[in-house]
Design a protein around this ligand. Structure first.
Ligand code: PMP
Length: 420
């Protein structure tokens, strides 16, 4: 019950007990959250906010089917995955069936970081190499290996020698997308860098939505250029779908399939259990076999019956409610509405995205920063985030259950917030 009441000492106690700036909070005046349902979050001061930020509750906060499935399974059995139980098998079958041919094997883990980390271990075993290529301003996780891939978390001077960077697909001065040939050139440049450091490429990892780079929408040609050049150099290719996956792009369940990619590894996480921690690595059987010939893998919580039923229910809800199509349709309306309003912010403000992953780039000349806008949107009753270089891009990434009413509410709030 104490969680329901506004507690003025909570923020100070949190800072003391949770390491201060190790775990910063959103907003200049942090919000104490109490409960949420669907696309709405309620705070202890009695207000409610439209959630335009949280992708984890992909089918909506506290979705009744997910809540019921988790509680039922928890009341019957939760146990480690060394015992035979149908939930993990069904989930692995459904996930691999949804992927391109060849991606036939699923390994459950507990977070996106762990999925990427395990792919890294496998890629090193299979290739016998230990270099990685990632985009600039990328984010891939918190483990030692994946933190090294997370080029947005440290200055270029701190980059380890086994990590090489390629330029993320930004538009050129003429507003053109970089081509497939250009993607190949960028991979070769990164490869040259690895070679100079005495390394060779085991893996190229890419976030299919370039979220931390500022939400970029590359072409299939560019993405296939990255993949094909990596393969030509003897490296493996990883599509990090931790943010992009589960229908966010509004075309397919997996964003990488929009680009016509056939990755060696796909990593899933965040929305997979609608808030319940579950993640997965999908790869080919032969990769796993080469790995287990010399190493092993077991994770206590991974693939337990409760986590798996959460993910199975998320897949059901997405399918039964046509949420992939809805994400595409509602996302297009949102982007169109924002494109109309963005010039009020500044003529150079740009809207980009695909489905319900939308960014508004706020130019330095604008009277408001993206962070100012996020604060003002909070005042207007809407949660958003910021991302991209120096946090200059407003990040809009709501649950996929958004409908036209949510878009209208959001655009009204944005219009008021952007007014200077
Ligand atoms: N990859 C991407 C693209 C991510 O956005 C994140 C989380 N922000 C991760 C990996 C790491 O996932 P987790 O926080 O679940 O470890």
């Amino acid at each position: 019950e104490s969680a329901q009441r506004l507690d003025p000492s909570l923020s100070k106690r949190r800072g003391a007990a949770l390491g201060g700036q190790l775990s910063p909070l959103f907003y200049r005046e942090p919000l104490q959250v109490v409960r949420a349902a669907g696309a709405w979050v309620h705070t202890a001061d009695g207000r409610r906010y439209l959630d335009a930020y949280n992708n984890v509750p992909v089918v909506g906060h506290a979705h009744p089917a997910v809540v019921q499935a988790i509680s039922r399974q928890a009341a019957v059995l939760n146990i480690n995955s060394r015992y035979l139980h149908p939930n993990a098998v069904e989930l692995a079958e459904r996930l691999t069936a949804s992927m391109p041919l060849g991606l036939d094997t699923c390994v459950f883990v507990n977070s996106g970081s762990e999925a990427n980390d395990l792919a890294w271990r496998m890629a090193r075993v299979v290739t016998g190499r230990s270099g990685v290529m990632v985009a600039d301003l990328a984010y891939h996780g918190v483990s030692e290996a994946t933190a090294a891939w997370s080029t947005n978390t440290y200055p270029p001077s701190a980059r380890p020698a086994h990590v090489a960077v390629f330029d993320a697909p930004r538009l050129d001065a003429d507003g053109q997308q970089p081509s497939g040939v250009e993607a190949g050139r960028r991979v070769r440049l990164a490869h040259d860098e690895l070679r100079r450091a005495g390394q060779d490429v085991a893996l190229l990892a890419v976030d299919s939505v370039f979220s931390s780079a500022g939400i970029l929408t590359p072409t299939g040609r560019f993405m296939r250029g990255l993949q094909d050049e990596t393969h030509a150099l003897g490296g493996l290719f990883l599509a990090d779908e931790v943010q992009a996956g589960f229908g966010r792009g509004g075309r397919n369940l997996w964003r990488f399939t929009d680009f016509g990619l056939t990755p060696d590894f796909v990593t899933l996480g965040k929305p997979m259990g609608n808030g319940h921690p579950i993640a997965a690595l999908i790869t080919r059987r032969e990769i796993v076999e080469q790995f287990i010939a010399i190493d092993e893998f077991f994770s206590t919580f991974a693939g337990n019956p409760v986590s798996c039923v959460a993910a199975l229910t998320v897949l059901d809800v997405i399918e039964q409610n046509g949420l992939v199509e809805q994400s595409g349709r509602i996302g297009a309306e949102l982007s169109a509405g924002l494109a109309d309003l963005a010039p009020r912010l500044h003529p150079a403000a740009r809207v980009r995205g695909q489905g319900l992953m939308v960014g508004v780039e706020v130019p330095p000349e604008a009277p408001l920063t993206a962070a100012d806008l996020a604060e003002r949107l909070r005042e207007q009753g809407v949660f958003v985030g910021t991302t991209g270089p120096g946090g200059t891009v407003l990040k809009i990434r709501p649950p996929l259950i958004w409908d036209q009413g949510h878009v209208a509410y959001f655009l009204k709030a944005f219009q008021a917030a952007a007014l200077t």
